[in-house]
Write a protein that binds this ligand. Sequence first.
Ligand code: NAD
Ligand code: UDX
Length: 469
Amino acid sequence: PVKVTKICCIGAGYVGGPTCAVIALKCPHIRVTIVDLNQARIDAWNSPDFKLPIYEPGLEEVVRQARGRNLFFSTDVDKGIQEADLIFVSVNTPTKKSGVGAGFSADLTYVESATRRIAAVANSSKIVVEKSTVPCRTAESMRTILEANSKPGTRFDILSNPEFLAEGTAINDLLRPDRVLIGSLQTPEGKDACASLTDVYANWVPRDRILTVGLWSSELTKLAANAMLAQRISSVNALSAICEATGANIEEVSHAIGYDSRIGPKFLRASVGFGGSCFQKDILNLVYLSESLHLPQVAAYWRQVVEMNEYQKSRFSKTVVDTLFNTITGKHIAVLGFAFKADTGDTRESAAISLVRDFLSERAYVTIYDPKVEEAQIWQDLSEACPSMTLEAIKKQVTLAPSALDACKQKEAVVIATEWKEFKEINWETVYAQMTKPAFVFDGRLILDAEKLRKIGFTVKVIGRGDRL
Ligand code: NAD
Ligand code: UDX
């Protein structure tokens, strides 16, 4: 197997950046260059005061240690490709917005253009690693493109190496992964390429956690893992609706279910709905794949996971309207949290976006506070979510607050949309004193002590908890 000494990563996003920064940290003998077409993003990765383009706990320390030593960020994609012996393709694969498979299938434009660029400029043999999440058999298309374009004496080996990190815990997930998965062709060359990449990870990951499988199993495993994780949340959220209707308590139910060692306690937290750039996209991808394979029952099964999530989000909005005496028109609501989960500034598919959109369509006034999300991002998300409103019209109904306390002032209701730790530490007596009465709190993340709040005087509604306590 080739001993890897130079790695290039195409795509300096949420996956490419942290993943390859950790590789550089753990493999000082390997030169790692992360390239991207987006100049602003690369500038941010290179910024002298480490104002990195993404917020991720622990990331800055990793970049501080490795940047300039064996970790480099550049917009010179061609040079990055030419110098490397192993190339990660870690570009975005969003859901297609138009054409065949629109709304379901993955848009592979970026994967294909990165692959074609590799084919066009590579002048030596390369191991090309598919890191992006892609539909099953994409590696085969990449291989066809590369092989059709390879120069004499150069060869390309394709590996699939999906990423399982979660945002907010990415650095820990990368340093101590449950497993690393590498898929390859089961030919001698394929197995050699697989061994080369295995040796890179073996610098810090125990070998028994590095799983090697066939290419297509690897690609499908990524979609399957996300579908199974999301399915747990949708299952619990479906049960949360039963809890609210019966007076059962979803936290007690989840806790008790999770004690079964066959089920386990993780990913059973009821919520206002899952968000993030992966779950919905990857399930829709699986639905599309199932349909293309003429497996309609399989497609319908997975589609329901996403439909339950949509239901959960709209059910929560409806609870707010119903509780506020069936109208929120002209009322003032504070939304605490805009990111799709705590410890990230990422808002892709955040449940908060759907909530605010619903509140705006009821003509309520909304004040948003999030400790990490950039203001410009909020305006962009709301503009996209409310295509019938101009940004000017949105800004008449929405304001952004500098703190949770500010956001809640003179509001009739507070909605917890993201489980930021600081929301657990809010001084609710102060909030109550400054709110319009009767004061309502809606906990979409199960982070508050509802009884304590009720004693202060709030009316409290919690996901998955009936009123008949
Ligand atoms: P991202 O949008 O944050 O980053 C992708 C980057 O690729 C962008 O900066 C873009 O400018 C760049 N890019 C696109 N085409 C390019 C090209 N031809 N040449 C150079 N650069 C190019 O996306 P992300 O969140 O990092 O996700 C990347 C992939 O990883 C996706 O397939 C996603 O499904 C998968 N994934 C994401 C996560 C996550 O938590 N975000 C986790 C696991 C897997
Ligand atoms: C997910 C997968 O966990 C990760 O393995 C994959 O690589 C990328 O997709 P991510 O989307 O970053 O990671 O975060 P995750 O922690 O999975 O949370 C996704 C969403 O589910 C968030 O909105 C979160 O709040 C929600 N969630 C999670 C719940 O509602 N309940 C839970 O019990 C867990």
